[in-house]
Design a binder for this molecule. Structure first.
Ligand code: MLT
Length: 265
């Protein structure tokens, strides 16, 4: 089920599970494919779920410098070809995975069937946000990934999850701590340089599902609703008892929304 695929000079670890229409799950920053554990388990009963660790993350080979959203998206397009997935795929991305999904829409439309955008943004970073990304990249390279693990978990989860599911918080912290600092820095710089898709949303012809946790403090539900309004064929769903990591925090409702969307498209 796990495979190592050699792509553009890097070994990418990918889980392929189940049979049916292909669904590609693209994880957020600085995580790995395990953030989709509940979607992999559920959707693989009826779909072919493809859940890679992006270049630099999880069990994929480490990287450095800058990895742009375009580089990640090109990796995914190549990965699908190497896996001999010939049908267009449903691309489901969370946060940074959503930035990559927008880029995939732009560059690899022929491989795309629909988009599922979870807790993500279409806008590029402001100058202040870019500065912060570069500073974070430098600090992670100097100090290691530990400080980011502490900093991020407070922002990733809803108050309910923080209170009721400390094991999940600890697990995600471990994932961040174990991620290679230079790979984190490279993705951070890549996000700072990402394209602004806000003016292109009305050109997305594929069906789109937008999902956001009600307590997401990184991407507000208002911002995601605006994205859904701009896209011609988009559905907007708010997930209760969830923050930025809605698929992990309230998997039942997220899976239900994804299943309904996939069945209709
Ligand atoms: C993520 O979850 O991927 C990050 O919060 C994205 C970001 O920092 O913009």
């Amino acid at each position: 089920m796990f495979q190592k695929i050699h792509l553009n000079g890097s070994d990418v670890n990918v889980l392929v599970k189940g049979q049916g229409e292909p669904v590609l799950l693209v994880h957020g920053f600085p995580l790995d494919h395990t953030m989709w554990e509940f979607q992999i388990e559920d959707l693989s009963q009826d779909y072919c779920v493809i859940a890679p660790d992006l270049r630099g993350f999880g069990q994929s080979s480490k990287t450095n410098g800058t990895v742009t959203m375009k580089a990640f998206s090109d990796d995914l397009a190549e990965l699908l070809i190497k896996l001999e997935i010939r049908d267009p795929v449903h691309v489901c991305g969370l946060s940074m995975g959503g930035y990559i999904a927008f880029q995939f829409w732009m560059d690899h439309k022929e491989q795309l069937k629909s988009l599922i955008l979870c807790d993500t943004r279409a806008a590029a970073d402001s100058e202040d946000a870019q500065e912060l990304r570069y500073a974070t990249a430098d600090r992670v390279e100097k100090e290691g990934s530990g400080f980011l693990a502490g900093l991020m978990v407070g922002k990733l989860f809803s108050p309910v999850t923080q209170k009721q599911n400390p094991e999940l918080i600890t697990r995600i912290q471990e994932t961040i701590r174990e991620t290679h600092p230079e790979s984190i820095a490279a993705a951070s710089r890549g996000m700072a340089a990402r394209t602004d898709f806000t003016s292109l949303l009305n050109q997305i012809e594929q069906p789109v599902l937008t999902i956001v946790g009600i307590d997401d403090t990184i991407t507000s539900s208002q911002e995601m609703q605006t994205i859904a309004t701009e896209i011609p064929h988009a559905t907007f769903i708010v997930i209760p008892d969830a923050g930025h990591m809605a698929p992990l925090e309230n998997p039942e409702l997220v899976n239900q929304a994804i299943r309904q969307f996939l069945a209709a498209h």
